[in-house]
Design a protein around this ligand. Sequence first.
Ligand code: XUL
Length: 526
Amino acid sequence: MGKLFLGLDSSTQSLSAVVIDLDAGKVVYEHSLNFDQALPQFKTKNGVLPNRDPLVKHGNPLLWAAALDLLFAQMKKDKVALKNILAVSGSGQQHGSVYLNEQVVAALAALDPKKSLVENLDGVFARKTSPIWMDSSTSKECEEIRKKLGGVKYTASRTGSDTFERFTGPQIRKFYKTESKAYEKTAHIALVSSFMASLLAGKIAPIDFGDGAGTNLMDIRKRNWNHDALKATAPGLIKKLPLLADSGKVIGPVSAYFTTKYGLNPEALATVWTGDNPASVIGLGLVKPGQVAISLGTSDTFFGTMAQGQTDENGEGHVFGSPTGGYMTLICFKNGSLAREKIRELYKISDWKKFGELVQSVPPGNNGSIMLPWFEAEIVPRAKQPGLRRFNLDEKNIAANCRAIFEAQALSMRLHSQWMGVAPEQILATGGAANNPQLLQVIADVMNCRVLRIEVSKSAALGAALQAAHGWLTTASKNPKWDKLVAPFTKPVPGSEVKPDKKAAHIYDAMLDKYADCESEALDPV
Ligand code: XUL
């Protein structure tokens, strides 16, 4: 058996574990625990507590702690070699916040293995529930903070993103405004990631630069809490926030709670956690500037790595610290598979193979036809009015409409990633729609670079395990290299490479401006 590392991912709906054998370059264990099913007493639906206000989405931090107990019990039952794990790291759903009172420090230091984590945490919360990333109830607070910071451009260039409803700063501001007594009693504010790391370390854990950048409170370049942003958010905030640190940095040995109760190696190191997106960047092997991946799911997400922290002055994209030390970007297009499926339904096309044939029957550039497939209000670009828009595109021409949606999605990706100043050498595609060869071909042609498919089932938990390995090796003065570390775990699917067609790429170079004009016209009609 080689060196074993454990990565955990506390996501919206589940807690997952991945154990890697670093020397064998293999994942040796994976397990996911679904919150609704495993812990029905918390009454969540898809991990979220019911609320009368559809904009309010909260989770329960005790549920996350209970899940940690259950997952360790499961690993023990599954005979995972917990006594050989050298370090543990993790990732959490980004932006979610946990509000703790001053009793938490003593409670964490004395976690009693005879009790459950839930019992151990009795009385430590200053707020019973945690707003999570799906919450969109803070538009007013976003406006207030943005205004105090001097507008979209300044907010984005300073904190890495414009203010967003789900980001922690606006959420903290709403808590301060609506429950000021409880805010005063809050001694420590944690993110989901740092809360879970605190349980494992038995002490308040730092927030890393990846997840810290999802708060609208951290200076993206200086990597410290930004005084102006703190002041614009709520009084006395600096005292309530933990230190910022590199993800994977060793906090100390794991709490005796886990060694006594589950047989985890007493010398195992607990390290700083990060957000699920920064962890996925590692789990997909994006460790060098210029590397890009796209996740083609319900929404399409574009992840890229950058050496410098350029920010998007339009305030659409996000810049987070990357666990490898540089920066990563996240651009989320809401109308991904959601929109592709809508077009398929609209034209009653039996399957994706047929859809692909229709796409191929029309030449690249679609004879000048353009579509904006914003079935749902779009995030990038910020289009508040949903709707399908066609430009020089005949509604009745089925094949042209099929080609138009693929081209629109790829052109939008190219247009809205330009601020990064990164011309990708290759793009890794993951998610359900990455199985669609025609979609990958259009992306390769529009982006003018090769596209390869990668299949990693739990990219965040895998990234967390690799982060644990990196932290442990660094502490052992082994000077680990990220590219070597991730390589065996992040190989693209053999034979999946799609090469750009030079002629098509030329056509799309010319089409980009036209596409941008269509967007401008739709967003700001004259
Ligand atoms: C990123 C975001 C989501 C969550 C999902 O900004 O809000 O991707 O991290 O867990």
